[in-house]
Design a protein around this ligand. Structure first.
Ligand code: AMP
Length: 413
């Protein structure tokens, strides 16, 4: 009978067949990041609430509505991490990584939490992998992190991916632009959705993200920052584009691109996938030259991205078949089970994947079970101390030297 307990709303169990697909993804990511010299880092699943308020931004949807915040027994406010960049930057400062050769290149992977309305591709506990390149203001760093995600999606064979590229300019350029954007929004207040209208002065950029028809109409004629980039901001954006062109990475410029976090400056990007329906973004990121200073460090330029592991898996729509086992050790007589266990241990230590019956099956059922789990060979321990080796593919069976079973199995006979 099913229990009345279920995984909480917006969360899910990762069952073995899905865990295998994840493992393939995680290995591919470690490969791609490792080849580019990005080192792994892991930070706690919860942090001081203040870190996200400062790091992600008080006006963002994430901080205003989506954080799982709680008080610990000492009355401190803690929050389950909704994203990874603020934590990585906190760790960078806390561990004095600014003293290392710059930039410091890190990658991470793990669970994140947002109290969103659950739907396909959007959960309350989800998993991200991400990379951060901290301490370089070069457009090369922007291009490199974009290349990492492009390479990973390419290597995994994710179909229907498009890279969208934009720039938000520097904070100063953005300030002037935002005033003009606010003026445009105020001029058309009557046509905007309630949500956008209420936030014109708090977060006008989010209006570009709206699904509301009237708002979309207003945004069609809104000024964009990309068309106004000047000086070093314009040069930086041109150089990022030239580097992507030179590396054969295709992209489209999207002047309406915005991201849900306050900390971005200059380059922003988003990888979308046409197989994903409404939640079409696989991953994205950008440059965040002001964040480290916001957290109390020296001005430190940085760029990075995060991608949703569930979204990548949904786009791939695959289940990875089990790998089977190298061998199964069957006993013709229960008396042989100590010998079987000792042999299984020895074979496993030699690197083979081996199982034995844990359910008290008859000899015949053990062979059936060996077949079910995809064992390539079965080693049969007979009651008289002799042994047989059966090849499960050909059905061929032969007597083997009981004194050298490990050698027989590992090919050192
Ligand atoms: P963000 O940290 O908001 O820039 O998101 C980066 C990526 O994480 C997105 O492109 C999604 O692939 C993934 N993501 C964000 N929020 C969720 C969620 N609630 N459920 C599943 N994936 C998410």
């Amino acid at each position: 009978m099913a229990s009345k307990f279920q995984a909480p709303r917006g969360t899910f169990d990762i069952l073995p067949e899905q865990a295998r697909a994840r493992r393939r993804l995680e290995r591919a990511a470690a490969e791609v990041f490792g080849r580019a010299g990005y080192e792994p880092i892991a930070t706690p699943v919860f942090e001081d609430t203040d870190l996200f308020e400062r790091g992600v931004g008080k006006s963002t949807d994430i901080v205003r509505k989506e954080m799982f915040t709680f008080e610990d027994k000492g009355g401190r406010s803690l929050t389950l991490r909704p994203e990874g960049t603020a934590s990585v930057c906190r760790a960078y400062l806390e561990h004095g990584m600014q003293k290392l050769a710059q930039p410091v290149k890190l990658h991470y992977l793990g669970p994140f939490f947002r109290h969103e309305r659950p739907q396909a591709g959007r959960y309350r506990q989800f998993h991200q992998l991400g990379a951060e390149c901290i301490g370089s203001d070069s457009p090369l760093a922007d291009a490199e992190v974009i290349m990492l995600l492009s390479d990973l999606l390419g290597e995994l064979g994710v179909p229907g991916v498009e890279l969208r590229l934009g720039s938000l300019g520097s904070f100063e350029a953005r300030r002037t632009y935002l005033e003009d954007l606010k003026a445009h929004l105020h001029a058309h207040e009557g046509e905007l959705s309630k949500d956008v209208r209420e936030r014109i002065d708090i977060n006008p950029l989010r209006a570009f993200d709206s699904d509301h028809e009237g708002t979309r109409g207003v945004m069609g004629s809104a000024p964009t920052i990309v068309e106004r980039l000047e000086g070093e901001d314009a040069d930086h954006f041109a150089e990022v584009r030239a580097l992507l062109d030179a590396s054969g990475i295709a992209y489209v410029i999207d002047p309406t691109l915005v991201r849900g976090l306050d900390y971005y400056t200059r380059t922003i990007f988003s990888f979308v996938c046409d197989r994903l329906g409404a939640q079409s973004e696989i991953g994205g990121g950008g440059r965040y030259d002001g964040l480290i200073e916001q957290l109390g460090g020296q001005t430190t330029p940085a760029v990075g991205f995060a991608a949703g592991i569930e979204r990548i898996l949904l786009a791939l729509d695959e289940e990875v078949a089990g790998e089977g086992r190298d061998a199964f050790v069957a006993v013709a007589d229960p008396e042989q089970r100590q010998r079987a266990m000792a042999l299984v241990a020895e074979l496993r230590h030699a690197g083979a994947s081996v199982e034995l019956d844990l359910a008290g099956r008859s000899f015949k059922s053990q062979l059936k079970h060996a077949n079910r789990i995809g064992a390539r060979r079965v080693l049969i321990l007979e009651a008289d101390g002799s042994a047989q080796l059966r090849d499960m593919e050909s059905g061929e069976q032969r007597a083997v030297d009981p004194g050298n079973l490990v050698g027989e199995m590992t090919g050192e006979a």
